[in-house]
Ligand binder design. Structure first.
Ligand code: BMA
Length: 297
């Protein structure tokens, strides 16, 4: 992948207490000729909230909110709303994220879903609908919804450690047919944990999905998989090597060293722009020619 020379594209702003420490993992969606970025921000109180930024060329941030656009509002997420991923269904945008609550006996992170009307989103009228916990009380993260229904059902990828798993739903509330899609590979860069990045891209050959893999050395890298178009739990291809792994200083040194982690990608002018958090500290972007990611004929 080609990293943007101006990385990082987003850094913490000390003047805003809610985003003064870290800004990283972000959803990205192309709407109305703008790429809208919903990023995870951590401030003075250590709580994750979600901020908003926009760019039209994919790299230069031209707009950024001074207040969070989404914050914890219940016990289940009192310690933070993390790692947003956005998918569009007609007039509705659905956001999947990780709800975190910390207790004396440890952490509970669980996936949470909410939605917003596209019109409100574009008007920056942040009227989010009800927040749902599909697997209440069960440790789970990295939820990502496919950008359209498949065979009449919503499809969600998520992670029950260490596998990347699938679940199906008719209404986004009740989920069924939960199973593992793929597992860590013992002799590979993704030998400890695997999870989805942003929503996959639909191409003639199937669904092109970027995913993260973690190694026993705790290095987070990105790889790519090709999934069957009608049966997305069928994996047609999985990359032998990562397509992005920590190399640059900003990817190796920070709050959590050796991390590239993505929650969002968009296709712009035949390029896949992958937004990724580096070291859980800053937000970066890298791109890939779509043609290069496709299987060679
Ligand atoms: C994962 C998630 C991400 C984070 C990564 C590296 O489990 O919690 O939010 O970027 O770990 O710390």
């Amino acid at each position: 992948m080609k990293r943007y020379a101006g990385n990082p594209i987003l850094q913490p702003r000390v003047e805003n207490p809610w985003e003064s420490k870290l800004v990283f993992n972000a959803a990205a969606i192309l709407l109305d000729k703008q790429i809208h970025i919903l990023y995870r921000a951590v401030g003075n109180d250590g709580v994750s909230r979600i901020g908003y930024a926009a760019t039209s060329d994919g790299y230069t941030i031209t707009d950024r909110s001074s207040t969070p656009i989404f914050e914890p509002n219940s016990e289940a997420e009192h310690s933070g709303c993390e790692d947003p991923r956005l998918s569009i269904f007609g007039e509705k945008l659905v956001m999947a994220y990780t709800a975190l609550s910390e207790h004396d006996h440890g952490q509970l992170y669980q996936i949470s879903l909410t939605s917003i009307a596209v019109e409100n989103f574009l008007n920056k009228s942040w009227e989010w609908n009800e927040r749902l916990l599909p697997f209440r009380g069960i440790r789970n993260k990295d939820a990502m919804l496919f950008p359209r229904k498949i065979n009449g059902k919503y499809v969600m990828f998520h992670r029950f450690e260490p596998d990347l798993c699938v679940a199906y739903s008719d209404d986004l509330e009740r989920w069924y047919d939960i199973k593992s899609v793929f597992r860590p590979r013992l002799k590979s860069w993704d030998n400890w944990k695997v999870g989805a990045a942003g929503p996959p891209i639909e191409i003639n050959e199937g669904w092109l999905m970027i995913y993260h893999g973690v190694s026993f050395e705790k290095v987070y890298s990105l790889g790519v998989a090709l999934l069957d178009k009608n049966e997305p739990e069928t994996v047609l291809y999985r990359s032998e090597k990562p397509i992005l792994f920590p190399v640059e200083d900003y990817e190796r040194f920070g709050k959590v060293p050796n991390v590239v982690f993505s929650c969002g990608n968009v296709v712009l002018d035949d390029k896949v722009l992958v937004y990724y958090g580096a070291c859980d500290s800053v937000l970066c972007v890298a791109n890939y020619d779509l043609a290069e990611l496709l299987p060679k004929k």
